[in-house]
Design a protein around this ligand. Structure first.
Ligand SMILES: Cc1cc2nc3c(=O)[nH]c(=O)nc-3n(C[C@H](O)[C@H](O)[C@H](O)COP(=O)(O)OP(=O)(O)OC[C@H]3O[C@@H](n4cnc5c(N)ncnc54)[C@H](O)[C@@H]3O)c2cc1C
Length: 474
């Protein structure tokens, strides 16, 4: 396993291919646009060597039997996925932000574990053993993997094959004996700046004439032909400037990935044209991903509760005044966390060895994750007052102006000094309307998709039959 310093060094060895503000980011571990997310992931690597944290951040490898970073292992039991959920909550507790580079790619590889097994059974292919070798490579090198599913998509009412711009979706441009050449755009991908590798998968289910979009593979982040452009986020310039107008202990990064004829060797391809397995991949991936994400928003909600209590006290108010609303915030947090656990333990084992949470409960959880945190945020803003709701007080720089800084800080002082209150307000602002928002609505897929799945999975006819029997009607 690697510690945080070794992880940072390994990132430095990659070819710089990330841009932001029109400039090449030469060192993602130091550039302020990406440093905070790298720091957050470095802390996950260090956790493997911390006696108090290592049970969450490591697991026994399904391949070597040795301890490995959790994000290099297969989730074989409900306990493995529960630990994933707890690890996510712990990450939010420490940084206020999400796992990024050690989350989506890992979950995609786990889903592919079952999907490659299914394809091999149906088609006599050898994808599963390739994936096993790739997992071993990740474990041997302690690598972090971002996951790219979302295509740029183009016109949403057209399929990938009928788009005016073919590059709206990542696709196979050329098939060679030793691999494929791909091109297209993947968008809004989390954690790429802090990852060594990128796992790419189809963005949705596919029809027969869309088989050139049915491609799943893994590439080094710095592969030839790939240009990565970091996105803007609310308050991102605050990450890059001095002071505490945004917290400086963690953060996310997101990127658009421009594939310009990227060669992928056969050994790194896990689905290649089998369009009918794209839907299976999406079904398994979403079940696996949407169960533990309740823990992410719960973890962030916990920090909001903490900031609300501290802000109340800094303002000279007791926690008691707000207790009802704090309790409501806690209920929201525990609902998404708990429903995720329900989905995990109500799941089942796939013959490949992967544990798959109950899809119905996972999709319901996704809908709650897209709903309840907004109530939590609204309460956090209500309890914090105007300085939280819109962050409407002067900047760090103004608060430190030799001309008027002292007067401003005095004007913010209440039961605490002005700086304490201002720092807490900035944290709550960041969590509720700033760069700390984890993407509850669309991260992990838009809630409409989850609603469609609930509609498909719920046994409506069976319930109607039950009602007929109980009512005594034919
Ligand atoms: C914080 C965050 C992190 C993310 N991280 C990742 C990541 O790591 N990897 C990754 O692959 N993706 C990631 N995403 C992307 C995420 O998966 C997408 O945002 C999500 O799938 C929705 O896609 P979209 O943004 O293109 O929305 P759109 O497709 O533009 O959808 C907008 C709305 O239109 C509806 N809609 C779209 N098409 C149709 C249609 N044909 N018929 C009816 N309704 C339609 C949708 O349901 C939705 O309500 C992330 C997103 C966020 C916000």
């Amino acid at each position: 396993m690697k510690n945080g310093a070794q992880y940072r060094n390994s990132l430095k060895k990659l070819r710089p291919n990330l841009f932001k503000w029109g400039k090449l980011l030469k060192d993602v571990t130091r550039n302020p646009a990406t440093k905070l997310h790298v720091d957050a992931i470095a802390a996950c690597y260090d956790a493997a060597f911390d006696p108090e944290q290592r049970t969450l951040f490591t697991n026994q490898s399904h391949l070597s039997g040795k301890p490995a970073h959790r994000w290099n292992t297969l989730m074989r039991t409900p306990e493995d996925i529960l630990a994933n959920a707890r690890m996510k909550r712990a990450q939010f507790h420490r940084t206020g932000a999400c796992h990024g580079a050690t989350c989506a790619g890992w979950t995609m590889l786990n889903a592919l574990w079952a999907v490659t097994w299914e394809i091999d059974q149906a088609r006599g292919t050898t994808y599963h053993s390739r994936l096993e070798r790739y997992f071993r490579f990740l474990e041997d090198n302690s690598l972090a993997t971002a996951g790219a599913l979302t295509d740029a998509k183009g016109n949403r009412s057209l399929g990938p094959a009928t788009q005016p711009l073919l590059d709206s979706h990542l696709h196979i441009k050329e098939i060679r004996e030793d691999g494929v050449v791909v091109r297209g755009v993947k968008a809004q991908i989390c954690g790429v700046a802090a990852a060594h590798e990128i796992v790419c998968v189809p963005g949705g289910s596919l029809k027969e004439d869309e088989s050139s979009f049915a491609i799943a593979f893994a590439i080094p982040r710095d592969v030839a032909g790939l240009t990565i452009v970091e996105t803007r986020r609310p308050s991102d310039t605050r990450d890059e400037e001095e002071g505490w107008d945004a917290p400086k202990v963690g953060g996310i990064s997101q990127a658009f990935l421009l594939f310009d004829d990227v060669f992928v060797p056969n050994e790194r391809i896990f689905l290649n044209g089998e369009h009918e397995f794209a839907a299976l991949f999406i079904n398994i991936f979403t079940a696996l991903y949407r169960a533990p994400i309740g823990a992410c928003v719960a973890g962030q909600g916990d920090v909001m509760i903490g900031a609300a209590i501290e802000l109340a006290q800094a303002a000279g108010l007791s926690q008691k005044i707000f207790q009802d609303r704090l309790t409501r915030m806690a209920i929201n947090n525990e609902t998404t966390f708990g429903l995720g656990i329900g989905a995990i333990f109500n799941g089942s084992s796939h013959p490949s060895g992967l544990w798959i949470p109950d899809p119905l409960l996972s999709h319901v959880n996704k809908i709650l994750v897209a709903t309840l945190p907004y109530d939590t945020k609204r309460i956090a803003q209500e309890l914090g007052g105007g300085i939280v709701e819109t962050g409407c007080f002067p900047s760090y720089r103004d608060l430190h102006s030799p001309l008027y800084g002292k007067e401003l800080l005095d004007s913010l002082a209440a039961a605490s000094d002005g700086e304490t209150r201002a720092r807490l307000a900035r944290l709550q602002e960041w969590l509720t309307i700033g760069g700390g928002i984890p993407g509850c609505l669309n991260g992990g897929g838009a809630p409409d998709g989850a609603r469609i799945m609930v509609r498909a999975l719920e046994p409506w006819k069976e319930f109607a039959a039950l009602a007929r029997v109980i009512a005594g009607v034919q």
